[in-house]
Design a protein around this ligand. Sequence first.
Ligand code: C5P
Length: 218
Amino acid sequence: FQPKLLQGKRMLITAGPTYEAIDAVRGITNSSSGKMGYAIARAALEAGAEVILISGPVCLQPPAKVKLISVIGAQDMLAAVKNEISHTDIFVSVAAVADYRVKNANSQKTKKTGKNIMLELTPNPDILEYVASLAVPPFCVGFAAETENLEKNAEIKRRRKKLPLLVANLAQDAIGSDECALTLFDNAGQHQLPKARKVEQARHLVKHIALLYEKKRL
Ligand code: C5P
């Protein structure tokens, strides 16, 4: 009997976009299908983990055995993460969190006037940074979708957010697609995962996470 790689481990995943209301019927959001995050949830379940999936609005069926927590905005996502973070071994932040939200969102539908209007945006909390700087953080994995200078931007982001592992991809190749190429950045350097289906990439990634996690504990 071969124990599974993540047997007995608790993994918390954020996935999908966040949606920040402008008024009762309008909002701003990021492009994200949630496919990568949901694929990682599936792969982690296959590897024996208990999986909590905190998801922004997506059109995907969650895997049967995950605990799904649906959220809308970045602040809801942070609150859900805070509720679930204790006893978490591994935190995988795949969500495309909106960097800003509307400062004075209208709870009613704003009427058209034909004139210009101004939206004041205020920064959202950085959920991954919050988790990574906890006194005893879980093993934190970040994602970076970049449109250019992938390597440089990814490594800067990994160091700034103090992450043992950052997964980078080119936004224009990955968003909404069933396939993507990934580059993993960790303390040992870079690892390429050439273009493949996201379900396959998720399995490779979960294996890599499990190996690094074990190494860190030794
Ligand atoms: O947006 P950015 O490229 O900095 O995202 C890098 C990582 O940080 C991603 O893993 C994303 O899920 C996370 N993030 C977050 N909260 C934010 C912005 C980004 O958790 N407000």
